[in-house]
Design a binder for this molecule. Structure first.
Ligand code: FAD
Ligand code: EPU
Length: 339
């Protein structure tokens, strides 16, 4: 089997969950680690700009890509070590994230069940430190392995060196564009500790007799299926913006004017505000913007109403950003990676 597949002038429509049409000069799919190294040494890699694409569920292509889109399709799940109360399990970057969560839940390994049904690949999970329903993947990552692109040298980073924070990591900052993640190891609990404090989850779990990792997964799947638009029906990339983190003084200055404004106190004393709420207050819920729109239940999600270009979606995002800036003097930062 050929481990490197090269396609020229490739259509990306089915490779991004916004389902915007865009072409890549080259689309390269690589299914083993040695071949990643081999490819990086090639003229094709050296002579072109490179972008790594996993499942395309957090990217927006605003035009054609005149370079190489590299898709790591490295598969495999293996048990690295096992103790009395934990396992370390490693997944190839090309494994589907939710299939991996399902595999762990079936083994009753606890930790990432709250992250059920997040689209994309395991290789992307450390990039923005995926999170949902009170859990962030940083708490369960053991090691991230990959290759530096220019130097073609392998790296292995422990979680503490990945500079994880809310929707951020070293892979979105210092190492952005410089690495290919090939495998990620997760440290999970054989005796699960449940995280059920998120109000929606707590409520949904009332429908189950016991709290188990399997039931948490089921509950999360129910909540997400009812709330979030399915990219197969309405193109989207989940939350378009991050929830803004402001100083205590900033949030306190808004409170007298907006007493119902949701706030979450962070460990470092700063305050996380709800981007959905801010956007909603600006009258953006379910509002169309050319062929794009904000979702009717969750205005933080921008959807493709059909046939929208990436540029059109980007313009819509900028209009939302402007509204929130004018109304609240808060700058919303895009979570989606603009290409
Ligand atoms: P891509 O979109 O392909 O890439 C994302 C970024 O990671 C890009 O910058 C890319 O270059 C980089 N990257 C990807 N793979 C690699 C690699 N192997 N090596 C180096 N860099 C790489 N996110 C959450 O955190 N929580 C949620 O609850 C959530 N819900 C969502 C719901 C929906 C309906 C959708 C569509 C998206 C949601 N997301 C959520 C966003 C998205 O699922 C995650 O960001 C996911 O991790 C992206 O994975 P991907 O493989 O599709 O990455
Ligand atoms: N809200 C409104 N109007 C609405 C919807 C929500 O005002 O129409 C307010 C409500 O106050 C609500 C609050 O927004 O309580 C929070 O809403 P939600 O629980 O949906 O969470 P979120 O902060 O909007 C975040 C993540 C999601 C993740 C959920 C669940 C970010 C940027 N987004 O959304 O992640 O699934 O929490 O934990 O942090 C993603 O990153 O792509 C993503 C979907």
């Amino acid at each position: 089997m050929n481990m490197i597949e090269i396609q020229e002038n490739a259509e990306l429509f089915d490779r991004n969950t916004f389902h915007v049409a865009a072409k890549a000069r080259y689309f390269v799919e690589i299914s083993d680690i040695d071949s990643v190294n081999e490819f990086l040494a090639s003229d094709l890699a050296a002579g072109n700009s490179l972008f790594i694409l996993g499942g395309g569920s957090n990217v927006l292509f605003t035009g054609d890509f005149d370079g190489v889109i590299l898709h790591p399709a490295i598969k495999g799940i293996d048990l690295v070590s096992e103790g009395v109360d934990h396992v370390v399990v490693r997944a190839g970057a090309g494994e589907n994230w939710d299939d991996f969560v399902d595999y762990c839940v079936r083994n009753n390994w606890g930790g990432i069940e709250n992250l059920s049904l997040i689209p994309g690949t395991t290789g992307a999970s450390p990039v923005q430190n995926i999170g949902a329903y009170g859990v962030e993947v940083m708490d369960f990552i053991d090691t991230v392995e990959g290759l530096y692109i220019k130097e073609r040298k392998p790296f292995k980073l422990k979680a503490k060196d990945c500079r994880f924070s809310y929707r951020n990591s070293i892979f979105k900052t210092e190492l952005k564009g410089n690495v290919i993640i090939t495998r990620v190891s997760y440290r999970l609990r054989k005796k699960p500790l449940f995280n059920t404090r998120y109000p929606d989850l707590e409520k949904e779990l009332n429908n189950y007799d016991e709290t188990t990792v399997a039931n948490i997964r089921k509950a999360i799947i129910t909540i997400r299926t009812n709330k979030l638009p399915d990219p197969a029906e309405q193109g989207n990339a989940g939350s378009f913006f991050k929830n803004p983190v402001v100083t205590k003084a900033q949030s306190e200055s808004l409170k007298p004017f907006y007493p119902t404004m949701p706030e979450y106190n962070m460990k470092d004393g700063s305050v996380k505000l709800s981007a959905a709420w801010l956007i909603d207050q600006c009258g953006w819920k379910g509002r169309s913007c050319g062929k794009a729109a904000t979702h009717k239940k969750q205005p933080l999600i921008i959807i493709n109403r059909g046939g929208a270009s990436g540029k059109e979606i980007y313009d819509c995002a900028q209009k939302i950003q402007k509204s929130v800036m004018n109304h609240f003097a808060i700058r919303l930062e895009m979570e989606v990676n603009i290409v």
